[in-house]
Ligand binder design. Sequence first.
Ligand code: IMP
Ligand code: MG
Length: 171
Amino acid sequence: MRLEPLISTDDIQAKVGELAGAVERHGTKDLLLIGVLKGSLHFLSDFSRRLSGDVQIDFISVSSYADGKESSGIVQIRKDLDTNIEGRDVLIVEDIVDTGATLRHLRELLGTRKPRSLKVVSLLSKLQARGISSDIEYVGFEIPDEFVVGYGLDYGERYRNLPYIAILREG
Ligand code: IMP
Ligand code: MG
């Protein structure tokens, strides 16, 4: 396996600041951030610290990838929220959107719990690369349809601690 750098630490940090600015312009009063474990760990940490408001943080864990590089399309909840989101302004914080199945499922599930609003911020998206349009409110980078690791993203639980994002190449 070979790592081909795609997005530098500095570029990630600049984009995280931009995304926080965009979210703040729409108001963060009483906002609840929901980090999707584990991939969003660094993004949620950096992003939440760029928001000046008093936000709350919770986590949800879902699985869609078995162990490899292909999405299984089957989404299971592994750890549910601790927070009652009824009447709350909720922002799902995701690392990457690939097929969109995970977010579709999360929106459906959390939507039934009657939040006041439900939006999504994702650092990365491959949807454009796949020719699929999406309804994600805030996207950091549109990336090519390649498997990437680093800054929270893993391959078989490896590479999450890389401070930058890289394409994982065979050989
Ligand atoms: P989706 O349901 O196909 O949109 O896949 C979303 C989830 O799959 C993300 O939350 C990631 O955890 C994982 N994923 C998708 N693409 C990649 C990738 O390129 N590298 C690492 N994980 C990925
Ligand atoms: Mg994820």
